[in-house]
Design a protein around this ligand. Structure first.
Ligand code: PMV
Length: 334
């Protein structure tokens, strides 16, 4: 193994435009359907890692000790990565900060696990290319595999039982569609009551409409690829909005029912629809949480932000454009 060094990686959040919902293998984190997302600037995790034989357990600190549960998940993931090395005596010192409200449906785990996968790979000198790295990040949190490549990204569900063909690759890079914007509205920063992991398995097991989700997702993927390549905000927006509503319909109809929305979620949906009726192409998507992400073009951002901020429960809006994926930096965290 090459000399051990301190390494820092930065990785963006990604927001799915065609969602991943449901696993066919929960150990390897293999999805039932492919998904498409966009990496966002302004929202990232920075992770510094250093391996050493001088400590006897991992030392992990996220946002200055704020996130104890996430620390446990990262510990397990680091053990998985260390299985790729021959050295049984190594432990990691990890410091991580995130600029995203954690576990509020803003895919903070995607940024966290992808940053950690890249930093650990480089610190351990593992020979993994982008595809391998995406496969590794996937095993931390499924959507993390989509934060490794650049720009608009597809996670191919794959068919192999060992997950070797379930990884993400770029459809187009971050510069391809510079006018594309996502406005993330924050109405709640509290941890969601039901994790994506639990929500997904409950859906696969009990939702009577899950088959319908799987039957229609291929068409959504096809339209989304076409919309992104053609920079067609209407096709991308309409497809993303319908796909998100379908996913939430499966959640709502599980036993027991999972409803992530708050009253302000619906207020934002209605606001987006009313702006759209005035002739502006604007759409929404929602992950496993109450916060709504608004899809639009740069030229309409100011007006849309102004309208969204009129809703009393909107605490904050974060506007992002497409970003590059995970990358290394020399700015180490202390
Ligand atoms: O990767 P996870 O476990 O955070 O699941 C992500 C699930 C959704 O955000 C709801 C959809 C998606 O494709 O990102």
């Amino acid at each position: 193994m090459s000399k051990l060094i301190k390494v820092t990686a930065k990785s963006p959040v990604n927001i799915a435009l065609v969602k991943y919902w449901g696993k066919r293998d929960s150990k390897l984190i293999l999805p039932c359907n492919s998904s498409i997302s966009v990496c966002l600037d302004n929202t990232e995790t920075i992770t510094t890692i250093e391996f050493t034989e001088n400590i006897d357990k991992h030392q992990i600190r996220i946002n200055n000790g704020e996130l104890k549960n996430d620390e446990k998940d990262l510990e397990k993931f680091i053990d998985k990565i260390l299985e790729l090395t021959q050295n049984k005596n190594l432990h990691a010192r990890i410091t991580s900060t995130t600029t995203v409200p954690v576990a509020a449906g803003l895919a903070s785990s995607a940024a966290g696990f992808s940053a950690l996968a890249l930093a650990a790979r480089s610190a351990l000198g593992l020979a993994l290319n982008e595809k391998d790295l995406s496969i590794l990040a996937r095993q931390g949190s499924g959507s993390a595999c989509r934060s490794i490549p650049d720009g608009f990204v597809e996670w191919y569900k794959g068919n192999n039982p060992d997950g070797s063909d379930s990884y993400a690759g770029s459809i187009v890079n971050a510069e391809y569609w510079p006018e594309f914007r996502i406005i993330s509205t924050i109405i709640s920063t509290s941890k969601k009551p039901i994790s994506s992991r639990t929500g997904m398995s409950q859906t696969v097991e009990t939702c009577p409409f899950y088959k319908g989700w799987l039957e229609t997702v291929e068409d959504d993927l096809e339209s989304m690829r076409k919309g992104i390549k053609g920079k067609d905000i209407i096709l991308v927006g309409e497809t993303a909005e319908a796909n998100a509503l379908k996913m939430h319909a499966t959640m709502i109809t599980t036993k027991p029912s999972i409803i992530y929305w708050l009253p302000a979620t619906i207020e934002i949906i209605n606001k987006v629809k009313s702006i759209r009726e005035s002739g502006i192409p604007v759409y929404f998507t929602i992950d496993a949480g109450p916060n709504v992400k608004v899809i639009c073009e740069e030229k309409n951002v100011k007006l849309i932000e102004r309208e969204l901020k009129k809703i009393p429960d909107v605490m904050e809006t974060i506007t992002s454009k497409p970003s590059i994926g995970a990358r290394l930096t020399n700015e180490h965290l202390r």
